[in-house]
Write a protein that binds this ligand. Sequence first.
Ligand SMILES: [Zn+2]
Length: 269
Amino acid sequence: MVYLVLLLLPVLFGCSSTDDLFLPSEKQANIKGEYIFRRHNEYFYNPQLPKPRDPPIYPWESPLNLPEITKEYFRCKGSCVNPELIVDNKGELKSYFDCDGDDAHGLPLRDGEEFIYTILIDILNYLQEETGHGVVITSGHRCPDHNTYVDPSKDNLYSKHMIGAEVSFYIDTMEYQPQVVIELLRDYYRNDVPEYASFLRYEKSNTNVRTRPWYNKEIFVKLFEPDEGRSLDNQHSFPYISIQVRYDRVHDEKITYSWNKAHRHYLRK
Ligand SMILES: [Zn+2]
């Protein structure tokens, strides 16, 4: 046992640092050094000013994560829970009922398939890619019942919403920048042939908007201010844009409303 203690003694007491050999006053006496003087504007190097940079894009803001617009987004927004609408038409009361929406019927048919004019789908996807924000379609296809229910006025009788050739929308987080969206929309045609690339302003007064609409050979664009065009599908407080298709480039024909086109869709009920 005594031998073991003797063997451990160097281990227990032999590891102290050399600093411990000096008392505090002796340590202070050994400190050597000098002050460094500089003026406030003297640097060894010129520090770069921080450069502002765009904040990183959150995953949900990335255009890659935005769902692609398809014809499914255009389905009729009619609902059976909407109450009967009674309108006083020059002393004669008329009542209207909404449709049951997607549960009741499909999109307009063309060659036996549900369809929406592809230019509308292409433009809305283009706007999503360019802005990085989602397009909110407030009114896509309206069946004749829903079209009358949302707006029974005469002006709405031949709406192209019924034939899949019109859409109303705004862009999420850009609700109050419709002019920027319209500029982008015109950019979509920038490199096209002149009759599509150049937009004209519609000068006639027979529109339901104060801003003069824009049009080229293919589309007609209207801007609705917050106090305009508040049909049932647009009961929000934002300005919104409506695009009507005027000309079918694929089939080389002018697009007009017809009763047949409006009433040709699958009935589910
Ligand atoms: Zn409907």
